[in-house]
Design a protein around this ligand. Sequence first.
Ligand SMILES: [Zn+2]
Length: 112
Amino acid sequence: MFEGINIIDFIRRFNDNDSCYSYLMEKKWGNGFSCSYCGCTQSVKGRTWYYKRCRQCKYDESVTANTVFHGMKIPVLKAFHLAFRLAAKKKGMSTVELGHEVGVQQKNSVAF
Ligand SMILES: [Zn+2]
């Protein structure tokens, strides 16, 4: 889910819980709301700014619903960092990838 974001962008971009919720809002509802329960596309304000309440069935949906971040006992910012590190780790780390992670090309990076 963090395609094209290197670690410097990541740290700059996600520095508090709100910035993580904003990102999830964009991913989830950037193209419009659709209720997970009834499919209604009309929403009203939910219990917090990162919730949307379905106009039809009144289901109050969190932006984290149906994502790995739902129901986590840790702050979403920490969960984001864990997910980012995990995604990087899964890929394995060559020097090229490591360079990519901080946003430098192999040709202009220092010799490792
Ligand atoms: Zn609904």
